[in-house]
Design a protein around this ligand. Structure first.
Ligand SMILES: [Ca+2]
Ligand SMILES: [Ca+2]
Length: 402
């Protein structure tokens, strides 16, 4: 190698040296703006001077004859969008964009037999799939444009306006309904609540394990702490024996979240009487890497109900916002299962899953393309209920149905 500009003498073989350099157009960068009605506005820019960007909305890779991109586009969340840069004598750029969501062979509903469900991604894409139990929380009740309490979620601000239901981008880049916490005061200390919720209490089986989760993104400033927990006086710390130490204010995690990126906060509650001491809860970044470790609990021997609690607290900066998306509480059979479909290992398309009885009756899926950079669709989800399933709590398997 010769370092151009290096002092000294360079000796080069007399044979002529010729190297051909091939230039490639930079991959278009996409910025998304969430619009109401599950619409999204996409703005594309290309760092290669003189390049023309062309796009498709039918899922095919753009060619030199595809439509030229000239202004921001408004698309539905479920619409395909692929864009690529072209320039004479340059190699075409890699493709950027979003994929069409996968299709399900059978829509969700209530069934009397096991069901085989086939999930199919668009041509050329693979799948990420997550099968889970039902979610005890229902954030589809949040009412866009309103403040304060929402059905199933009691707002935790000092004023109703510290909680607002807005349109925004979820961790998959889709336009969706978010719960936004606003700090609207500058005092420190109590009352310290600056938004978030206490969910309505729901019944739990204290002999089972549960996973609590919620996506949170904080913006505007570091001031204030994030808290994520379960119901007061419903759990014990993991004591390592059958004994209990009642926790009056249990949090799976609290602290200062890094700004401007989505994090998935995950906490586990172990069965009553559990004698283990390993904590599995974590705070994940959206690429699945661990940002922080969390604290697990176990049910008390008397617990029958609990809540989910998620807050912004003690912020003194009125620029701070904290966005919440997709709160969940699920019964789990393992503490090491994938907590979000975004983190699932990609599989080929199509995939057939048998849905039986009470086990794993929610299937979430996204279309996924790994290279050159990850492309996703919006998430699709179907819930398959058996005739023996009721909304909260489950009868024993030998239950007689009248
Ligand atoms: Ca406040
Ligand atoms: Ca405050």
């Amino acid at each position: 190698m010769i370092n151009i500009g290096q002092r000294g003498t360079c000796y080069i073989d007399a044979t002529a040296v010729q190297r051909t350099f091939t230039f490639k157009v930079a991959t278009p960068a996409l910025a998304s703006l969430a619009l109401a009605g599950n619409q999204i506005q996409i703005t594309a820019t290309c760092a290669t001077v003189g390049a023309t960007m062309r796009y498709t909305t039918d899922g095919s890779d753009p060619t030199v004859s595809s439509t030229i991109y000239s202004a921001p586009l408004t698309l539905n969340n479920t619409a395909a969008f692929k864009i690529r840069g072209f320039l004479t004598d340059y190699v075409d750029s890699d493709v950027a964009g979003r994929l069409v969501p996968p299709s399900f062979s059978i829509a969700g509903g209530t069934f009397f037999n096991d069901q085989s469900v086939t999930i199919t991604a668009p041509s050329g894409a693979s799948l990420k799939i997550l099968q889970s139990n039902r979610n005890y929380l229902d954030s589809s009740t949040w009412i866009l444009g309103t403040q304060g309490n929402q059905p199933g979620f009691a707002a935790n601000g000092t004023t109703a306006a510290e909680n607002q239901i807005e349109t925004g981008l979820n961790p998959y880049g889709s336009s969706t309904t978010l719960w936004a916490a606003y700090n609207m005061d500058t005092f420190s200390g109590e009352p310290g609540q600056d938004g978030g919720w206490n969910s309505t209490s729901f019944a739990v089986d204290r002999t089972k394990s549960y996973r609590f989760s919620v996506w949170i993104k904080k913006t505007g400033g570091a001031s204030g702490s994030t808290y994520f927990g379960c119901g007061w006086d419903t759990v014990s710390s993991l004591t390592g024996s059958a004994s209990e130490t009642v926790n009056g204010n249990p949090y799976f995690w609290s602290g200062t979240l890094p700004l401007n990126e989505w994090h998935l906060l995950v906490g586990y509650i172990h069965p009553a009487g559990d004698t283990t001491t390993t904590h599995y809860g974590k705070v994940y970044k959206s690429d699945g890497t661990v940002a922080f470790n969390g604290t697990d609990f176990k049910w008390l021997n008397t617990t029958t109900t609990t809540q989910q609690r998620a807050y912004l607290y003690y912020s003194t900066d009125t620029n701070v916002r904290q966005y919440f998306w997709n709160p969940k509480v699920e019964e789990v059979s393992s503490y090491t299962g994938t907590p979000d479909v975004l983190f699932a290992t990609p599989v080929s398309s199509p995939q057939t899953i048998t849905v039986s009885g009470n086990s794993g009756n929610v299937i979430q899926a996204v279309s996924y393309s790994a290279t050159p950079s990850p492309l996703y669709s919006t998430i699709v989800s179907q819930t398959y209920l058996s005739q023996f399933t009721v909304s909260i709590g489950r009868p024993p398997t030998n239950a007689v149905i009248p």
